[in-house]
Design a protein around this ligand. Structure first.
Ligand code: NAD
Ligand code: MG
Length: 336
């Protein structure tokens, strides 16, 4: 794979007419003269999911944890050029952990373009990725709030929620999405410190942040946690990580029953393989990274942009009967 951005042809295609569109695996949507008259936005073009994005083999690459999206080859697509909002979250106020990159960034861009003000949390080492997201949120005409810090500390989690509530003027969407994934071939290689790190980031922080957020959330609010296909089919090299994802799916379903009494919906998303910094900063072995996503029926990993609408759906009050669910988006494999 070359170092040039393989999405550039797709981006050109999205703005550049039929020939380029067809070349990138997409078919131009038919023009419908009545759409504009009916107040509809332009139609979403028909696109072949097999051909939209890069497939393995990927070039070997490694970054120090937590990794930056800006340094990945190819660069992930978070919907920067393509996501179009329809005001599905107009006036809403969202906090997204891990909102600087990957799936969290895709959700942040989509939420802002759907009309929400967005606060993101991330680690100080990710400031450059976070600044890119802040600009995208502001370009969408919404308020961006940057709240860096380490969620492995309960005191920081409580302050994070307080600061988000103060700066957003409330909170009605919480996305617990930050995650720690570190590959280890054997249980014998997982130290207590490593195990603790994974559980603190993925499970304890979700518990602390959610607990701090609920008193601020009105009826109609939504909590969305990020689980994984590993919740159901654990990878043998991700024992600690996969078991946190099982806990997240289970916690989401239990909390949904409790929160129904307050009118707050709680759901989880279970992504399959997505091309994000998590995977190139210790989340996978180099051997697995080269073939990443190749074992899915679509034959490639997902790009964060491809899962953003799942977060929008779960956040939107249009999904008022959807609670206690785990939504998958995994290229044809995995549960649920
Ligand atoms: P990512 O690296 O872009 O996002 C993870 C984020 O977690 C980082 O950006 C970082 O800001 C945050 N984070 C990690 N430790 C933190 C800490 N101690 N304090 C504060 N923030 C911290 O990767 P991603 O793949 O988009 O991950 C987002 C979520 O998606 C994670 O929960 C991950 O487990 C889940 N997920 C990813 C995949 C995949 O294939 N990429 C598959 C299933 C689930
Ligand atoms: Mg990041």
């Amino acid at each position: 794979m070359s170092n040039s951005n393989p999405f550039s042809s797709q981006r050109r295609a999205l703005v550049g007419g039929f020939a380029a569109l067809a070349a990138a695996g997409a078919t131009a949507a038919p023009k419908r003269a009545d759409d504009a008259a009916a107040g509809l936005p332009p139609p979403v073009a028909l696109r072949d999911p097999r051909e939209l994005y890069p497939k393995p083999p990927f070039q070997q690459q490694s970054q120090p944890w937590p990794g930056l999206a800006s340094k990945m080859t190819p660069k992930p697509d978070h919907g920067e050029q393509s996501y179009r909002g329809r005001n599905r979250l107009g006036g809403r106020k969202a906090l997204i952990t891990g909102g600087d990159s990957g799936i969290g960034r895709a959700a942040a861009i989509a939420f802002a373009r759907e009309g929400a003000d967005v606060a993101i949390n991330y680690l100080p080492a990710e400031e450059s990725d976070a600044q890119e997201v802040a600009k995208l949120i502001r370009d969408a005409g919404r308020k961006a709030v940057l709240l860096p810090g380490d969620i492995r500390e309960e005191t920081f989690c409580v302050k994070l929620v307080d600061d988000a509530v103060k700066q957003l003027g409330g909170l009605d969407i919480l996305v617990n999405n930050a995650g720690r994934q570190h590959s280890a071939d054997s249980i014998l290689d997982i130290t207590t410190e490593e195990f603790d790190w994974t559980y603190k980031t993925n499970v304890y922080a979700m518990f602390w942040i959610t607990k701090a957020a609920i008193p601020h959330m009105p009826a109609g609010a939504a909590i969305i946690n990020t689980a994984s296909v590993n919740a159901y089919d654990p990878a043998e090299n991700l024992l600690d990580y996969a078991s946190t994802k099982g806990a997240i799916a289970n916690f989401s379903k239990g909390l949904a029953k409790q929160m129904a009494k307050k009118g707050i919906r709680v759901n989880a998303v279970a992504p399959g393989p997505y091309w994000t910094p998590l995977q190139v900063s210790g989340g996978q072995t180099q051997e697995k990274l080269e073939k990443f996503g190749g074992d899915t029926p679509l034959g490639r990993p997902g790009q964060p942009a491809e899962i953003a609408t799942v977060y929008v759906d779960l956040a939107s009050s249009e999904s008022s009967y959807v609670t206690g669910q785990v939504y998958g988006a995994a290229g044809g494999r995995g549960n649920p």
